[in-house]
Design a binder for this molecule. Structure first.
Ligand SMILES: [Zn+2]
Length: 391
């Protein structure tokens, strides 16, 4: 619903804008070009409009069309058109502005950045890409925003090497601020190489990923999986256990591979020691269930059931409960068995309906571990969900 208070605020802001615009036109030519008063005013309006309604934007666009004589006005007008999906109008507003001979170099770059946003929103990725690449040949105040926009294009196109190169080559950009992102780009290249069975290229990119971010769990999981597939089980187990220090939330992701490695090494003792350590410091359903499987092999189902029951009391878990019911179904007959199967179906369905991973930035959740969040597009912000319905 339209908020009368918001409308009042916008109308007061527009009135203030006309007043400032009137005063500014009477000031010197230099001040008019810099548009310093308007900058502040339009930044404020942009902020106000974050909670806007369509009607409010429309009235604002009309107000700006009448008063469109400064660079800031044109930029805000173009942004509003873009926000409403009227990309052609946005492109027109920004191209008109670019044609002005009075623009300084910095102002021209600011308008080009807006134009690049328009092209990308319109799906004209190639045009946006080449505009941004040209803009990054010289240092300027908007270099970081330009790099981030260009990276979003390369990410859509899965051009990981180009993304890496632009971070290193862009003028006026500190590549150290992008280390975390760079590590993920190298992981993408490593995964692509492994799909083509190019182990050397994969290893090279994993080394580079660790050089950028030594605690990158994704690179650790890829390397652990690679070593395991090459039957280097001891090395794989060594690599995967690093997750304990890197980010214990991801221990659960490494458990299936670790079980495979220790089994191949005939080392129940090695697995038992590691799981025991995890259980003490960073307990999760995956660790409890892997421990229970180990106990079942060594001491039988009854002991494994006792262990799970003990753990569920300490730390309630739907996955643990399911495993406990499964063990009891195996050793029960007749009516009690049927009842247990019914209960198991219900708890299974309950677990099935729950997400497994969640982004810590925007809350996007689902059953797939996305290293780049599909909603907020941040890298490495999605984690396994802990607690009774998760790990
Ligand atoms: Zn997110």
């Amino acid at each position: 619903m339209f908020d009368p208070l918001l409308l009042a605020l916008i109308m007061v802001s527009i009135a203030a804008g006309f007043f400032l615009g009137y005063r500014q036109r009477r000031q010197s030519q230099r001040q008019r070009q810099e548009g310093s008063l308007n900058s502040e005013y339009f930044v404020g309006l942009n902020y106000l409009l974050n909670e806007q309604t369509d009607e409010a934007i429309e009235s604002f666009i009309k107000a700006l069309e009448i008063n469109a004589d400064t660079i800031d006005t044109y930029i805000v007008l173009g942004r509003l058109f873009r926000r409403r999906g009227e990309i052609e109008k946005a492109i027109q507003a920004h191209q008109d502005l670019l044609a002005r001979p009075s623009l300084t170099h910095e102002q021209s770059l600011r308008v080009q950045l807006e134009l690049a946003h328009d092209y990308i929103k319109a799906g004209l990725l190639d045009r946006g890409e080449s505009l941004l690449e040209d803009m990054l040949k010289t240092p300027w105040s908007g270099a970081d925003e330009s790099v981030q926009l260009l990276l979003s294009v390369y990410e859509q196109e899965k051009e990981w090497q180009k993304a890496i190169d632009v971070i290193h080559q862009a003028q006026g950009v500190d590549s150290h601020l992008y280390q975390h992102q760079l590590a993920h780009y190298h992981c993408e290249l490593a995964e692509a190489a492994l799909e083509g069975n190019d182990v050397l290229t994969a290893r090279k990119n994993l080394r580079l990923a660790f050089a950028r971010d030594r605690d990158n769990v994704r690179a650790t999981l890829i390397l652990g999986s690679l070593e395991c597939s090459l039957k280097s089980y001891r090395e794989s187990a060594r690599v995967l256990q690093r997750i304990y220090q890197q980010n214990p939330l991801f221990i659960s992701e490494s458990i299936p591979l670790l079980e495979r490695c220790f089994e191949a090494l005939w080392s129940s003792r090695g697995l038992s020691v590691y799981l025991g350590k995890c259980l003490r410091e960073y307990p999760s359903a995956a660790v409890v269930l892997a421990s229970a499987r180990l106990i079942a092999r060594q001491q039988g189902d009854k002991e494994a059931g006792r262990f799970i029951a003990e753990q569920i009391v300490k730390r309630p878990s739907l996955k643990g409960l399911n495993a406990l019911i499964d063990l009891n179904i195996e050793n029960t007959e007749g009516r009690p068995r049927q009842n247990l199967m019914l209960l198991r179906e219900l708890t299974g369905r309950l677990l099935e309906s729950k997400p497994v991973y969640r982004c810590t930035q925007c809350g996007f959740d689902g059953k797939t571990l996305h290293w780049r969040c599909p909603r907020c597009h941040q890298w490495g912000t999605t984690e396994p969900i802990m607690g009774i319905e998760g790990e």
